[in-house]
Ligand binder design. Structure first.
Ligand SMILES: Nc1ncnc2c1ncn2[C@@H]1O[C@H](COP(=O)(O)OP(=O)(O)OP(=O)(O)O)[C@@H](O)[C@H]1O
Length: 264
């Protein structure tokens, strides 16, 4: 295992390639992400966002090149990242037989944290995501937005260094999604976590990311944008960035450009 030097980026992707059969999904991708950054991987369907995130999470390895998270290869040294990385998905993946607080406790239980500490942390996180009063509700008693809040609390409760979010805002209506992503970004900034999130929605990225990597197949960074708080408050700047991204991804970001898996 390679130790991380202070100057090394927290996440490093160097000249990475990934094939699925004959299909080249990632071609010579390089990117750096610093500790504490909120980074969006944005692109149309088939751009390679999930593949890149899966490689960063270590759930798939790359064919060539290097992926390093906190100095280790996540697909090889995944034990070194245990408890340091967490993930929330598009669908909340909550356990229906558990209450909200019991769902938040799950990650802490897997890490064998003491029972009292686990309950206290889960309750604190539920309060932080604005679900005080809903602790004992079962999943079917919660709205879609509340479920995603539970899912985000569960991801953050283990006190990870790095949080991955896979389209967590995209199944919610526009207003719910907007409120949730702003609350989430505030929490992540307050606690100083690094966050990498995948989205196909330009507004998700512009609303919360410090940096946006716009990907086009085969996972090429066709545009990289830095955004700060002042830019976010300026509607003209935001509209300009929106147009720039739309041009980079070729108009409608939801249109499918990838071959179907059956064609491969
Ligand atoms: N396991 C797999 N087997 C074969 N092809 C795959 C596999 N996973 C991804 N692909 C292909 O790789 C390309 C990139 O897919 P990926 O899921 O990373 O894109 P994406 O940008 O996340 O898209 P979406 O927004 O639809 O999830 C697509 O053409 C997809 O069909």
């Amino acid at each position: 295992m390679m130790a991380q030097t202070n100057s090394a980026p927290f996440i490093e992707v160097k000249n990475v390639y990934k094939r699925f059969g004959n299909y080249l999904a990632v071609e010579n991708l390089s990117m750096h992400i610093e500790r504490g950054e909120i980074v969006a991987l944005l692109g149309r369907t088939g751009a390679g966002k999930s593949t890149v995130m899966s490689m960063l999470m270590g759930s798939i390895g790359c064919d060539a090149g290097e992926v390093r998270v906190a100095g280790v290869d996540p697909s090889v040294d995944f034990h070194a990242l245990r408890g340091k990385v967490s993930v929330a998905f598009q669908t909340d993946r909550l356990l229906p037989w558990r209450t909200a607080v019991e769902n938040v406790e799950l990650g802490l239980q897997i890490l064998n944290r003491p029972k009292k500490e686990t309950r206290e942390a889960a309750l604190q996180w539920l309060e932080r995501v604005k679900l005080k009063g809903a602790e004992d509700k079962y999943v079917h008693e919660l709205s879609g937005g509340m479920r995603q809040r539970v899912s985000l609390a569960r991801a953050l409760a283990v006190d990870p260094e790095l949080v991955f979010l896979d389209e967590v805002f995209s199944q919610l209506d526009h207003v719910t999604s907007q409120v949730l992503r702003k609350d989430f970004a505030q929490i992540v900034r307050d606690v100083g976590k690094t966050c990498v999130f995948v989205t196909h929605r330009i507004d998700d990225a512009l609303d919360i990311a410090d940096r946006v990597f716009v990907l086009a197949p085969p996972a090429q960074v066709c545009l990289e944008i830095r955004i700060d708080a002042a830019m976010r408050k300026n509607p003209e700047v935001l509209a300009g960035l929106h147009d720039q991204i739309e041009r980079a991804i070729g108009g409608d970001e939801t249109e499918d450009v990838s071959p179907s898996k059956e064609e491969l």
